[in-house]
Design a protein around this ligand. Structure first.
Ligand SMILES: *[C@@H]1O[C@H](CO)[C@@H](O)[C@H](O)[C@H]1NC(C)=O
Ligand SMILES: *[C@@H]1O[C@H](CO)[C@@H](O)[C@H](O)[C@H]1NC(C)=O
Length: 365
């Protein structure tokens, strides 16, 4: 008597445990979708006797441009091959820079799919062939840069692969108007965002170092470390004894420690141009002059992007949105700064000083 009643109770406990954990794993807005999938597939559950699910990606990194589309490859297949196709669940998620934390991008089964958060309406599964689970993201933004996970779930089988999304871009060092080493980690993040850019990742800084970025001030990176790229060792930057490389101070305290920052900006849809009416302007007049032209005073990230991707070359110093004065040179020449191409800076002159201005206008004329 006792024994026969125990079993249903145990079963109930197991069911409760299962339902609690399944609905707790994804964020709450997905509960409906997951449960629906699990119950729908429950009926036609097959027990894979030696059938293995495989998932992989043809590329571990995908490069794209801001405003464009990217396809993150992912495909799955069974071994041995199945005679009839099965409906697996595909879940794309985004991994945080620090690792661990995951946010849902898209969850799909068969022809049904749902996208989440900032990806809503911008993502879809490609599904060009059986087992194609590639993710297409459109209208790419700077903060789409991340590591993504493609997970395929079929019955008890659950396999995944990872793909990095990178945007073509340019890394630039940035300093607070009050001078060197003024930015906390949060301040650094905000400073980049205000200049149409984001905190650079180590991969981006490393790439820039390979392309010749040589900078002696240490700056925050997206992972909370502080580093600086040296291509030509010299005395004030660690001395001649150290080889060239990206040098790191390691992870620093995000509030107590202050540094400069490395920001990352990507190609632009609009246009940056130099404006100088009949006379030179102080900072307020410069901002107004751009507005009078249907534009905005250019942000530092926009000037760098125009220099790098549109070949902007102008030997005239102009105001920018952060209150600095700079000019972009792609064809180095006499009286236009050093022998290498670059964006030259005059720092932050007093706002009543008179210069031209760089403006930014959306649109392509
Ligand atoms: C991006 O994809 C959408 C459809 O998803 C398409 O309409 C658009 O033309 C594509 N844009 C580019 C730049 O390829
Ligand atoms: C710029 O000049 C205008 C006068 O043309 C003046 O009103 C304004 O205060 C000046 N701004 C700065 C930052 O010097």
């Amino acid at each position: 008597m006792m024994i026969c009643c125990l079993q249903p109770v145990l079963l109930l406990v197991v069911q409760l445990l299962l339902s609690c954990c399944i609905s707790a794993a994804p964020s709450s807005q997905n509960n409906f979708f997951y449960n629906q999938f699990l119950s729908a597939n429950g009926n036609k559950e097959i027990y894979f006797s030696g059938v293995k699910l495989h998932v992989d990606s043809a590329q571990s990194s995908v490069f794209a441009v801001r405003g464009g589309n990217a396809t993150l490859p992912c495909r799955f297949w069974y071994e041995p091959e199945l005679s009839s196709p099965r409906e697996a669940m595909v879940r794309w998620s985004r991994l945080s820079a620090a690792g661990g934390h995951e946010t849902d991008v898209l969850v799909a089964t068969g022809s049904q799919s749902q996208s989440y958060g900032v990806y809503r309406g911008r993502v879809e599964l490609r599904q060009d062939f059986q087992g194609d689970a590639a993710l297409v993201i459109s209208e790419l933004q700077l903060n789409d840069i991340a590591r993504y996970r493609c997970e395929v779930v079929d019955g008890l089988e659950d396999k995944s692969t990872r793909v990095n999304l990178e945007l073509q871009g340019v890394v630039f060092p940035f300093q607070h108007p009050h001078g060197r080493y003024q930015l906390s980690f949060l301040g650094a993040q905000q400073a980049c965002e205000e200049q149409d850019s984001m905190l650079a990742t180590f991969t981006q800084l490393f790439q820039s170092w390979k392309e010749g970025l040589n900078w002696c001030n240490a700056g925050w990176l997206a992972d909370g470390t502080v580093q600086y790229p040296i291509t030509r060792p010299r005395v004030p930057c660690g001395g001649h004894g150290l080889p060239p490389g990206v040098r790191t101070y390691g992870r620093r305290h995000q509030d107590f420690h202050h540094y400069d920052v490395f920001c990352f900006s990507s190609s632009l849809r609009g246009k940056v141009f130099y404006l100088q009416p009949s006379h030179k302007m102080n900072l307020t007049e410069a901002q107004e002059a751009c507005q009078g032209d249907g534009a905005q005073i250019a942000k530092v990230g926009q000037l760098y992007a125009a220099w790098k991707f549109a070949g902007l070359d102008r030997c005239d110093a102009g105001w920018l949105a952060d209150g600095s004065v700079r000019y972009p040179i792609t064809r180095p020449r006499r009286n236009c700064g050093p022998a290498e191409p670059g964006v030259r800076s005059f720092g932050f002159p007093p706002p009543q000083h008179k210069h031209g201005v760089y403006c930014y206008k959306l649109g392509d004329e």
